[in-house]
Write a protein that binds this ligand. Sequence first.
Ligand SMILES: CC(C)(COP(=O)(O)OP(=O)(O)OC[C@H]1O[C@@H](n2cnc3c(N)ncnc32)[C@H](O)[C@@H]1OP(=O)(O)O)[C@@H](O)C(=O)NCCC(=O)NCCS
Length: 281
Amino acid sequence: MKIRLMRGDDVDFALYCTQVENWVSSSPEVFRSYLEYDPAGCFIAEVNDQAAGICIATRYQNTGFIGELIVILSMRGQGIGSALFKHALNYLSNYHIRVVYLDGDLPAVPLYEKYGFNKNCLSLRFIGKPVARSNSNVRPAVSEDIKSIVALDRRAFGDDRSFFLKRLFTLYPHYCLVSEHNNTITGYIMARPGQNIITVGPCVIIDRSINPELLISGLAAYTGDHILRIGVLEINQPAVSYFRNNNVFQEQTPCWRMSWGLKNQTGVVEMLCANGSGAKG
Ligand SMILES: CC(C)(COP(=O)(O)OP(=O)(O)OC[C@H]1O[C@@H](n2cnc3c(N)ncnc32)[C@H](O)[C@@H]1OP(=O)(O)O)[C@@H](O)C(=O)NCCC(=O)NCCS
């Protein structure tokens, strides 16, 4: 078994891996964005020159994310997943990344704990088709808003993911809205298409006590008949209550937000009403 860097011509294999797992929020664009951002963090495991698994390490300034860890079914249980994961973690720690996050599906949690990751809180997932509603405080974002959006996101996320935000805005401008109060941007929402579903996020709101209703129902005007999929950390109470008390949303099996390394390197997660992924364009 060897681990090599992912290339553009591996995108089909990577997408195949996610489709077999029914990871509906995936798309070719997701993998292209990883490759464009940092090709040195995108890994393929090969056995006898055949691709057997994938893993992506996303390196920000101080924090990192590991995701998309998948080994094809026929090759599981031979240490490939562990090797890929260790490789991704080493890659990030060699760059002095102080804290690494991931969203761990329940069966994979023991694997991550073995490598020193701890559970932070549940990462909840909701799907549903909210009612579209326009509001005079919510409007489509324009390129002049990007600077404010990036600044807001940095406070909430705690690191610079401007590359992914700008890419989302460029690819899917019709799914990018801002809320305004007295000519100041008070929140934003972005979304992208997955497999017959729209993945919502990030969604950030400055006032932590406000739920994402305005931005979600504003977005619904643009997503038409599609089902939306939204992930939010359980500690964001106003957002969680909104999703739980709104009967258009169904709660799916949660996963665990886990971290490795120093604590206190995050932003203000209570501002994040839809996580988005740390690293999905
Ligand atoms: C998770 C996964 C990549 C592990 O790959 P693998 O090559 O089988 O991993 P390894 O052979 O290195 O074994 C890793 C350990 O994790 C366990 N494990 C981790 N995730 C598991 C899963 N989803 N199902 C079953 N076992 C899993 C294995 O039993 C093993 O435990 P052990 O070392 O105590 O025996 C693989 O099971 C997979 O692709 N699962 C589907 C996608 C997924 O769930 N990815 C993780 C999302 S957070």
